[in-house]
Design a protein. Structure first.
Length: 418
């Protein structure tokens, strides 16, 4: 239930402009099929706004309980799961990854290799030793030397595409993915660069191995059920398909075309590989409960997930030398956010220089987004969380809509607590 925004330092009149502006710029122009925005501050849900459709073909209006593909917004959830095990002493951020994945002990850094070798069962690459072993913190911050196949930059990327590394259909799931990666070189020496990657999927494997539970089962029993996240999972069961949104992509003449039909989606069945990097579906209500837990320092409705000190780590930059993403990224790199003024914390981007972002914000706020243009951010100092849901993949509007949303939300404030 939404409470009066004035009680939480917001202007109701200005909050109403968020929906009007975002609808006019992105829904009415056909860039997005529909949108859903939730804003929480100081213990209350101050705004819920929605417009457009969750399914254009069937003319189904957007609804508050729509289930959507959150893609990379799965990453912060996986990061929290990992930190739960860190708190329990199962591992540490400074652990060498090979301590927990012995088959990775001798991973080398790519030097050269003939593309045709990728057709063999065991491709042979020429590698050099890394400057130092990969650590768990490298997985957490995407400085591990791993990559994504869709990067289309290097021979290592090509090998990932060839072997379909981290594909949801992978027979053998996370264990098979780890075995694939044990035979492929690193793209760079750990700690020397930032590269968006399957690192978070590897973190999901570590949670699975160290907990003795399937990754999805750990999330369900240790995180989703305790937090009341009833619609968050790695698939959408038949009884909920009516609430599952279709996903779109840019088509011809500025129109959207169907990318994944909700009623025929691959998400209608459990995947072979439970991807902590991008495999979850959720709702705005569920994801807001996750955010509320983090805003409150790790506890929601009497259920403690993390300690306040661990949650505080999400507001810090863990990149080597406290560098910004802009200093560690490679040219042409895909990301879910801008670089200037941004560091990387635990599975999330983090604001480390407000002026450089050229947007309103707060030091220590952390955020990320998903491939279908979903987004969230948490501003601990302002006791603020924002969740934005839509379903368009591959849209150029992804980053501008997040910029506009951030500006509109902060512009609706009447009080600042930071």
């Amino acid at each position: 239930m939404t409470s009066k925004p004035e009680h939480a330092g917001f202007s109701a009149e200005r909050l109403a402009k968020i929906d009007a502006v975002m609808t006019r710029r992105y829904v009415d122009t056909g860039k997005l099929p529909g949108i859903l925005t939730m804003i929480y501050r100081r213990g209350t849900l101050v705004h819920t706004g929605l417009s457009g459709h969750m399914d254009l073909e069937r003319r189904k209006p957007m609804r508050e309980d729509a289930i959507v593909r959150i893609y990379s917004m799965s990453k912060p959830i996986t990061a929290v799961a990992l930190m739960m095990l860190v708190e329990e002493g199962a591992l540490g951020l400074d652990d060498e990854v090979a301590t927990h994945i012995p088959s990775w002990k001798n991973l080398g850094v790519y030097a050269t290799g003939v593309p045709s070798l990728l057709t063999s069962a065991s491709p042979q690459f020429i590698t050099t030793p890394p400057l130092r072993p990969m650590k768990v913190v490298d997985l957490v911050t995407h400085t591990s030397g791993l990559t994504y196949g869709f990067m289309n930059r290097t021979s290592v990327d090509r090998a990932y595409r060839h072997y379909k590394v981290a594909d949801f259909t992978t027979e053998g799931g996370l264990e098979a993915m780890i075995e694939q990666l044990s035979k492929l070189p690193l793209d760079f020496s750990p700690g020397t660069a930032w590269n968006y990657s399957v690192s978070i999927d590897v973190m999901g494997y570590l949670v699975q191995k160290l907990s003795g539970m399937k990754f999805g089962e750990f999330l369900r029993t240790r995180l989703f059920e305790p937090l009341g996240m009833k619609d968050t999972a790695f698939w959408c069961p038949p009884e909920k398909i009516g609430r599952f949104a279709s996903c779109y992509m840019p088509g011809e003449n500025g129109r959207l075309k169907l990318q994944d039909d909700a009623e025929r989606s691959t998400y209608a069945a459990p995947p072979n590989l439970e991807s902590g990097g991008g495999g979850l579906v959720s709702t705005a209500h569920d994801y807001m409960r996750f955010c509320r837990m983090m805003v409150a320092g790790g506890t929601l409705d009497g259920v403690q997930i993390l300690s306040p000190k661990t949650v505080a780590l999400f507001s810090l930059n863990h990149l080597p030398g406290n560098k910004e993403l802009a200093e560690l990224t490679t040219p042409g790199l895909f990301s879910e956010g801008g670089y200037n003024g941004i560091g990387f914390s635990i599975g999330c981007g983090v604001n480390i220089d407000v002026a450089k972002t050229r947007l309103p914000g707060t030091l220590g706020e952390y955020f990320w987004g998903g491939a279908a243009a979903t987004a969230f951010w948490i501003d601990p100092r302002e006791e603020l969380a924002v969740v934005f849901m839509t379903q368009v993949i591959g849209s150029d509007a992804r980053l501008t809509l997040r910029r506009d949303l951030r500006t509109l939300v902060y512009s609706a404030m009447t009080e600042s607590f930071a």
